[in-house]
Design a protein around this ligand. Structure first.
Ligand code: ZN
Length: 493
């Protein structure tokens, strides 16, 4: 038998091929969202499906399985931050998850994701849920089949969750949410009761899109985002796509009357982008190049968007430039801007929600996804179920599908099981921010994040990463404490 290091090299060569195909699929997807003419959808679905199938076949090949089995002992004996051992852990999980999914099924699911996204964009623009519903029904059927292939879990939702948050179970998410929800709901209603008396200002006027773009890019650059290794474009739903650590694509969307929507969108996506750009260079051509888990990823986007962007320090620094670009802000001082960007509103749209209500939007989707998976809510009943949950969690009912069930890209893109990672990311963002040096100097903050989070890529799961960086387990308590202090002061609670 060949020596272990030679076999680790053979495994990592296979994973490099997987990673190349997977990022190529990411580029096809980015192009579909940003540049592709509408008529290209059918061909794109076939291309995407074929590339995803080829990537899948590398992971499930007998040769991968053989290497995974033979190297188990050597990987177990290696240091936890050893790259070969981390590669092996990734391969072991993916081999197990994918081995029982037939290649033809993987191709069919990927093609459907591409097709359904294209139809979702049209349905959302036309505010027409009926147009999207058959695609969602098909998606649910495919994702249920996928969960059944992946294996036996205590809760069928675990199979969906594991794709984005390996190491976490539905039960552990429920525990975190159960600890977060009462405190959040109480805070939101306390704030609602004080909204009249506190009178936080609103910024109104016209904010030309080309200037919003200029400002967003200046902020992203100040955060440390490297535009030599990345770019910013426009899409229906803001996202970031790492085609590699040296090619990171961010997107946003602009509305002339709402300057903060694009600004915080750009800061959010640039937070994801910084994670990708700062993974250690020696991991760059394999599947360890990326965020530890999606919750770890969201901790970075939410940290820059909220803890930096919605802070007093940020507005002290950026207000002069903001006013230069947008005369509508002329009457504001930094304190006024701080108060304006932290207005709490029970609103319909998750990506535009304030920090306080944001996680409630996530819990609504977590409940609905589990109901859709179990079949207790059908695609036909979804708008009604959404309305009921929205009333329960947020106290508002969306007036139409575009501001309700059609607002997120996730269910058209097959990203079921993803939503909980946003709320867990919020919790982690505060834990990391509190462990990082207290500074208004972004390069210093970025250096700490690079050292403690980014450079490790996918070597560790979220729990391990947070423990190494902060000394604590993932917990909702620091997040709740931070929200109480911040909004308590703003609203005089
Ligand atoms: Zn995000």
């Amino acid at each position: 038998m060949k020596p272990a290091d030679e076999r680790f090299r053979a495994l990592s060569a296979r994973l490099r091929d997987f990673h190349s195909l997977n990022t190529a699929a990411g580029l096809l997807e980015w192009d579909m969202e940003v540049l592709m003419p509408r008529a290209g959808g059918e061909g794109r679905a076939l291309q995407f499906g074929a590339v995803m199938r080829a990537a899948h076949e590398i992971v499930v090949a007998d040769e991968t399985g053989r290497l995974v089995a033979e190297l188990a002992e050597a990987a177990g004996a290696a240091a936890p931050d050893d790259a070969d051992a981390a590669n092996w852990r990734w391969a072991e999980r993916e081999y197990r998850r994918r081995r029982r999914q037939p290649a033809a099924f993987v191709e069919e699911l990927a093609a459907h994701c591409a097709r359904a996204q294209e139809i979702w964009v049209r349905a959302r623009a036309k505010n027409d849920y009926a147009l999207f519903r058959p695609e969602l029904e098909r998606m649910l059927e495919l994702k249920r089949r996928q969960a059944a292939y992946v294996g036996d879990f205590a809760d069928p939702y675990d199979a969906w969750l594991e794709e984005y948050e390996p190491g976490m179970t539905t039960a552990s998410v429920e525990t975190l949410f159960a600890a977060l929800k009462p405190g959040l709901v109480a805070l939101v209603s306390a704030v609602a009761g004080r909204a009249e008396a506190a009178r936080l200002p609103t910024l109104a006027g016209s904010f030309p899109v080309d200037r919003q773009r200029v400002f967003g890019m200046e902020v992203a650059r100040a955060m440390g985002f490297d535009f030599e290794r990345g770019r910013l474009d426009v899409s229906a739903h803001p996202f970031s796509a790492a085609i590699g650590r040296d090619d990171v694509r961010l997107t946003t969307r602009y509305r002339e009357e709402l300057p903060f929507s694009a600004l915080f969108g750009v800061m959010h996506e640039a937070g994801h982008g910084l994670y990708e750009q700062n993974v250690s260079a020696d991991l760059r051509h394999g599947p360890l190049c990326g965020g530890a888990t999606m919750a770890a990823h969201e901790s970075q986007s939410r940290l820059w968007e909220n803890l930096v962007g919605r802070s007093r320090g940020f507005w002290k620094r950026f207000l002069p430039r903001f006013q230069e670009l947008f005369p509508a802000a002329a009457g504001f001082d930094a304190e006024g801007m701080y108060r304006a960007v932290n207005r709490v509103e029970r609103s319909f749209i998750r990506v535009e929600a304030d920090e306080l209500t944001y996680s409630l939007h996530v819990m609504l989707r977590f409940d609905l996804e589990r109901a859709l998976l179990s079949g207790s809510v059908s695609a036909a009943e979804l708008p009604e179920a959404w309305a009921a949950k929205s009333r329960e969690y947020l106290g508002v009912v969306p007036p139409d599908a575009a501001r309700g069930v059609l607002q997120d890209v996730h269910w058209s893109a097959g990203l079921l099981g993803y939503f909980p990672t946003y709320a867990i990311g919020n919790m982690i963002s505060v834990q990391l921010f509190e462990a990082a040096p207290k500074t208004e100097d972004y390069p210093v903050l970025l250096a700490w994040l690079r050292e403690n989070v980014h450079r490790h890529g996918r070597k560790f799961g979220a729990e391990e990463l947070v423990r190494r960086a902060t000394g604590s387990a993932i917990s909702p308590q620091p997040y709740l404490k931070y929200l109480s202090a911040k909004y308590g002061e703003l609203y005089g609670l």
